[in-house]
Design a binder for this molecule. Sequence first.
Ligand code: NAD
Length: 429
Amino acid sequence: MSEYRAHTLPSYLNPEQLGPWGTYIEQVERVTPYLGRLGKWVETLKRPKRSLIVDVPVELDNGAIAHFEGYRVQHNTSRGPGKGGVRFHQEVTLAEVMALSAWMSVKSAAVNLPFGGAKGGIRIDPRKFSRAELERITRRYTSEIGTIIGPHKDIPAPDVNTNAQVMAWMMDTYSMNQGATTTGVVTGKPVSLGGSLGRVEATGRGVFVVGCEAARDAGIDIQGARVAIQGFGNVGGTAARLFYEAGAKVIAVQDYTGCVYDANGLNILALLNHVEKNGGVMGAPNMESLTATEFWALETELLIPAALEGQLNSDNANAIRTRIVVEGANGPTTPEADDILGAKGTIIIPDVIANAGGVTVSYFEWVQDFSSFYWTEMEINHRLEAMMKAAYASTSAVAKEHNVSMRTAAFIVACTRILEAREVRGLYP
Ligand code: NAD
């Protein structure tokens, strides 16, 4: 890491503020000894191909002009166009978007989708803006990054605080600028605009599928298994419902408003209903509340971080008592926490496998848009389940072969695929 900082840190990054990019670099360094001759190309993975910072000026409802900072980073396109979400969050930084874009490269390759990795973001707290303001912010941002995105170049999708409506505005803006309706420029669109059935639930469904695979391998019966989930949005909310419906006991859920608990299992359908009306889990009837410290210390079979990066870290890893961590969020575990949990025998199903369900159905959506032929939801869920199980099985086999963690195994598979493409393409010119 120190050698990396000294010699190869992109000059536009502050070494003291690497955040999740530092985590990603450490993950790449851990995998380098397994790359053989391809190690020659590993520097490719340590810097994004293209990083764009844009100013997003908009007129607010009260007539004032506000400026926001937007980003789109294309980490790697060796295996196909860039692919990755757009995040609206007040703490988004370039270093964070770089890390998220890199994890997308690894994820696409780990699941063997014909995509590279990209990510975008706008540094705003979307709760502070009206719907009309958010539409103008989204449209101006889309126009600003319009030169580098496109169905064959880089295809955005929803992420934290963005959804199908935001994708519809992005698709419309891009199409207006192109002078032609271009459905394939984004995925996660409304079904009425060429979106795919099953996309909204895809990431949470993938988390559920690999969570069940990992539980089976660890000899845990999902019926009655205790599950704790951080994040109750698109990913965490869907995963919670699927585990609940499968008979697991979801004993605790934490979101940005607080944490609710029931040792006998929460009624997840009632909780989803409460969150839809109230915006968060706090105050849900008939449920105890817990502090964050108590939440992390709960004894569970499965722990699912599905909110933000760096949530499992050196502060709480020693207290965590779970058999399996299934990473719904991107980058929720720091390398220090990885080591602490690994030493305790905790199995970690890494983000690049566990939450790959979203990009997998995004891939199905992109294919459907090109062919203008749409599949049934059953067909999509069936194909998703098959791809998630195959990715889990191949990662598991590599982990056993090299006696490494599932994360290192997923990185070995993915980095090998990316660097093989890099090598065979050769360097231009
Ligand atoms: P979302 O906006 O729908 O939900 C985010 C959830 O996290 C909310 O319940 C929010 O209350 C909670 N949260 C936010 N800050 C928190 C904090 N400080 N402490 C506790 N909870 C907090 O977002 P999402 O789409 O569900 O994404 C969640 C994670 O999954 C992100 O890391 C995202 O990158 C990742 N992910 C999402 C997708 C997708 O398809 N949506 C795909 C792959 C990975």
